[in-house]
Design a protein around this ligand. Structure first.
Ligand code: HEC
Ligand code: HEC
Ligand code: HEC
Ligand code: HEC
Length: 450
């Protein structure tokens, strides 16, 4: 037994030495590192620098090193981000380009900003070809930590101190993902682009982390994904408020992608069948498009639990944002000011939620509280219903992993997905009634806080 462990340790040391050697033997890296040392600022080296088979370009995952070492292969073979640049040359991109007056999307800074790693020559430690969204698009420019992170005794903390982005921290991870999946002042997918054919940017940190083919080892904490979800919600609310403020101050206002898509894009019915008319138009005039509050619909329940005082302040600020943004004749300045103030409160909650620990009791409390809000969530339209569905799914998955399966609850949650499958045909009373079934199934299965 002891012998086996010693042998394993020896193999590990040989492997780590191998990483070090093969990376240093890569002549392109030598230049990169010399540059980093000269300037003291980390610069981009391109994905090829990570691809050596003893670094991150292995074919099979390694079981002896702390990381899998086949990250590059996973990215090239399975990750949508690798294809992001190539997809700018497809017929659909040509079609989007044609409608927007862009000759060649694959050469347009407007598209490259999110679909590739484009950096100015002074931010590059060496020259490399334009590829998709690559290692450094997420992990940060590598020249300063590239060599040190291959040395024996290297740790994530040490690399982070040299400028690597700490993606294990859900806060940093979320901000990084949203820089492309929601946009920033410099890169944006607005309604014009969506109307030209670009997919709508719907993002939820935990679900998207689950879809991305993992090139990392799973977390040990069974409630890791709930934490990811919670922090992701807080940051996404903050960022969507900042986006609203930016748009209200900008050249194209109102910006329809800030509003609930399906308030405009739903099928019409006879008045006696219209759940929207039955529901009414609280805090806005009938027929005006509401600001998309989907990132608040579920988050408010979590906020109330974590910090009742801040959540009360946020509640009244959010109502102000909703009312002013949903009045298309209102003052843009007021929209921007209210959104900025609310984003500050959301920001306070971000830090608190990042430090909150999630366990079984909290998960059960959230499952119950979210499913108990069936009517109010359902009535806020499709996007909020989607958020609630993804939240219940995430939290329940974690609970099941720890406490065993409960087919009745699982079936009730799966049926919620059916209700949001065709967004233009979404029906709030039907969604709400299914959500009540989730709530009842939790109770009947004895999933309650004692
Ligand atoms: C530099 C911009 C950028 C960053 C940062 C980024 N993404 Fe993406 N992501 C994209 C683009 C562009 C696509 C679309 C790729 C394609 O299909 O052309 C995409 C696609 C995806 C997809 C596939 C979606 C689908 O419909 O299959 C997932 C999942 C995803 N991203 C998750 C994430 C996560 C999680 C993060 C943060 C850890 C992240 N992304 C960070 C730009 C980015
Ligand atoms: C703010 C960042 C951003 C900008 C700017 C942007 N995109 Fe995207 N694009 C994305 C993301 C994120 C996705 C993936 C959406 C998802 O699946 O959730 C995507 C997806 C796509 C897809 C669908 C790919 C697939 O797998 O089906 C096409 C096509 C596309 N973008 C083309 C373009 C074109 C053309 C431009 C420039 C006019 C552009 N994009 C600009 C972020 C961006
Ligand atoms: C779209 C964003 C994205 C891209 C692109 C990306 N990564 Fe990652 N990477 C992540 C995230 C998120 C994690 C998970 C952090 C965690 O929870 O441990 C991660 C984890 C890792 C880890 C494990 C780190 C650890 O401490 O366990 C390695 C190694 C890694 N990535 C290498 C790469 C390499 C090499 C590439 C390019 C071939 C790459 N990544 C591309 C987002 C990305
Ligand atoms: C205030 C109303 C309004 C809102 C909100 C709105 N749109 Fe639109 N959208 C329109 C109008 C008007 C058109 C142009 C329709 C036409 O030309 O027939 C359009 C066109 C489109 C088109 C192209 C036409 C088609 O049917 O394929 C798409 C796709 C689209 N919108 C998606 C969205 C998405 C996704 C959102 C939310 C992020 C959204 N819209 C929010 C009013 C709106």
């Amino acid at each position: 037994m002891a012998e086996a462990r010693v042998r394993q340790k020896a193999v590990l040391q040989v492997l780590l030495a191998g990483i070090f050697l093969s990376c240093l033997l890569n002549p392109r890296l030598g230049v990169a590192q010399a540059n980093a040392k000269a300037t003291g600022v980390s610069k981009y080296v391109g994905p090829g620098s990570c691809a050596a088979s003893a670094c991150h370009g292995g074919v099979q995952p390694s079981s002896v090193t702390s990381v899998l070492q086949n990250e590059y292969s996973t990215w090239v073979v399975r990750d949508a981000h690798f294809k992001a640049y190539r997809n700018l040359g497809t017929p659909i991109s040509q079609h989007i380009g044609r409608l927007l007056g862009i000759d060649n999307p694959a050469a347009s800074p407007k598209c490259l900003a999110c679909h590739s790693l484009v950096v100015s020559s002074q931010d590059k430690a060496r020259d490399f070809d334009v590829e998709g969204v690559s290692c450094e698009s997420c992990h940060g420019p590598a020249s300063a930590w590239l060599e040190p992170h291959t040395l024996r005794g290297a740790t994530t903390q040490k690399s982070v101190a040299l400028g690597m982005l700490d993606l294990r921290d859900p806060m940093h991870r979320s901000e990084k993902c949203l820089s492309c999946h929601l946009g920033t002042a410099d890169k944006d997918v607005d309604h014009k682009m969506i109307a030209a054919g670009h997919p709508d940017l719907v993002f939820e940190l935990d679900s998207y982390s689950a879809i991305q083919p993992p090139h990392w080892k799973p977390a040990a904490d069974p409630y890791h994904d709930v934490h990811l979800w919670a922090v992701g919600q807080a940051i996404q609310l903050r960022e969507s408020l900042r986006r609203l403020a930016r748009h209200a101050e900008g050249a194209n206002w109102p910006e329809f992608s800030d509003y609930d898509c399906f308030s405009c894009h739903h099928g019409l019915t006879k008045p006696e069948n219209s759940w929207r008319q039955e529901r009414g138009y609280e805090h806005r005039t009938p027929g005006s498009p509401p600001w998309d509050s989907a990132h608040y619909a579920v988050f408010r329940i979590l906020a109330r639990e974590v910090d009742p005082a801040a959540s009360q302040q946020l509640e009244s600020q959010m109502q102000g944002v909703y009312e002013t943004a949903s009045d298309l004749n209102g003052s843009r300045k007021e929209v921007s000011e209210k959104a900025s103030a609310a984003s500050e409160t959301a920001n306070r909650l971000v830090a608190e939620i990042n430090q909150t620990s999630f366990d079984q009791a909290r998960a059960i409390g959230l499952l119950q509280a979210i499913s108990a809000q069936a009517d109010s969530i359902a009535n806020q339209d499709t996007r909020s219903a989607e958020q609630a569905t993804m939240a219940l799914d995430t939290i329940f998955l974690c609970y099941e992993k720890q406490a065993g399966s409960h087919p009745a609850v699982r079936a009730a949650i799966d049926a919620l997905f059916q209700e949001v499958n065709n967004p233009s045909a979404y029906n709030a009373p039907r969604f709400s009634s299914q959500m009540h079934k989730v709530n009842a199934a939790l109770r009947d299965s004895g999933i309650t806080v004692h």
